[in-house]
Write a new protein. Sequence first.
Length: 155
Amino acid sequence: MSAAENIDVSADTLQVCEFKIGQDFFGISVLNIQEIIKPQKITKVPLSDNYVKGLINLRGQIVTGLSLRTLFGLEEKSTEENMNVIVRHEDQLISFMVDKICDVQDLEKQDFQQTPDTISRKIAQYVSGVYKLEDRLLIILDINRLMNNNNDQQN
C-alpha cells in the first residue's frame, strides 16, 4: 500500500482542511474532521505529557486537547488564540490545537509526494506526505500516527 492510499481519497481528489502551525501549512482530510471550533476552556490533566493541554467539554462529550505546536517541538503560544480541529478517529474525539485555520483545499491524488527529508524528524513521524502548491508546501498529517501516539502515551 502506498502512502497516498493511507489517506482518505474520493475518486482522484482529496479534500483537506488546511491550517497553520508556526510558519508551516498542514492538512487533514475533511473526512476525519468532525468540526472546527474557537478556543475553549481547558481543564488541565495532572501528570500528562506537555503536549496534552487538557480536557474540553464539547456539548457533554469530553475531548482531549492536544497542542500540535508542542508535539512538533515548536515554541508554545497562548492557548487563547488557538483554534480547535475536532477529529474523530474510531470511537474517540481529539482536539488538535492549531494556530490558524486557512481553507479547504481540493488536491489531486496524482500530485501527492513522499515526505521530503528536509522536514524535521519530530514532525515527519506524523506525516503521510506532501503536496507542492503554487506558493507553499502543504504537509498532510497522518491521523492514525497522531492518534496512535496519543494512545501509546496514555497506556
